[in-house]
Design a protein around this ligand. Structure first.
Ligand code: ZN
Length: 143
C-alpha cells in the first residue's frame, strides 16, 4: 500500500513501544485500538482496510515514520531527560557530529539511515528485528 493515511481511529491503547531505529529505547505511546487506513495499491487502485490490536499499533508506528515522527516525539519532558543519554550513545554509534545537534535531529538522521538499510537489506536484519520485518512484509503483501 502506498501513501497510507489513517482515516479513522477508535479506542485508546497505551503501551511501552520500541523502534528498530532506536535500539534500547522505549516510550509509552498512546495509539488507537483499531484504525481504518486508506491508500493506493501497487496497480493504482484505492484500498481501504481496517486493522486492530498489535497490527494497528505497528501500522500507526510506520505511518508516523512516513510523517517524520518517532516514538521519542511522544516522550514527556521528564522521559526525554532519561532518554537523552541513550540517544547520545546512538549518536556516537552513528558517528555523527555532536555539535549543534539536538537528540531529535540525531534520531531522525539515524532513522533515515535505518530506512535505507531496511529497503536494501530487509532479509539481513538481526534476529529480533526479523519478526518485525516479516510482519511488515506480510502487511505490505496483503494490501
Ligand atoms: Zn520505528
Amino acid at each position: 500500500m502506498a501513501n497510507p493515511e489513517i482515516v479513522e481511529k477508535n479506542g485508546d491503547d497505551r503501551l511501552l513501544e520500541g523502534c528498530l531505529s532506536l535500539p534500547d529505547i522505549h516510550v509509552n505511546v498512546a495509539r488507537g485500538q483499531s484504525i481504518f487506513v486508506r491508500g493506493i495499491s501497487p496497480d493504482g487502485r484505492e484500498v481501504n482496510q481496517e486493522f486492530a490490536g498489535l497490527m494497528a499499533r505497528i501500522i500507526q508506528h510506520e505511518i508516523d515514520h512516513l510523517n517524520g515522527i518517532l516514538i521519542i516525539d511522544y516522550a514527556s519532558p521528564t522521559e526525554k531527560i532519561v532518554l537523552n543519554s541513550k540517544l547520545k550513545e546512538l549518536r556516537r554509534r552513528h558517528k555523527l557530529n555532536e555539535e549543534n545537534e539536538s537528540y531529535i535531529q540525531h534520531a531522525k538522521q539515524a532513522e533515515a539511515l535505518h530506512e535505507i538499510e531496511l529497503k536494501v537489506k530487509l532479509e539481513e536484519m538481526a534476529a529480533d528485528e526479523a519478526g518485525h520485518a516479516r510482519l511488515l512484509r506480510r502487511i505490505l503483501k496483503g494490501l
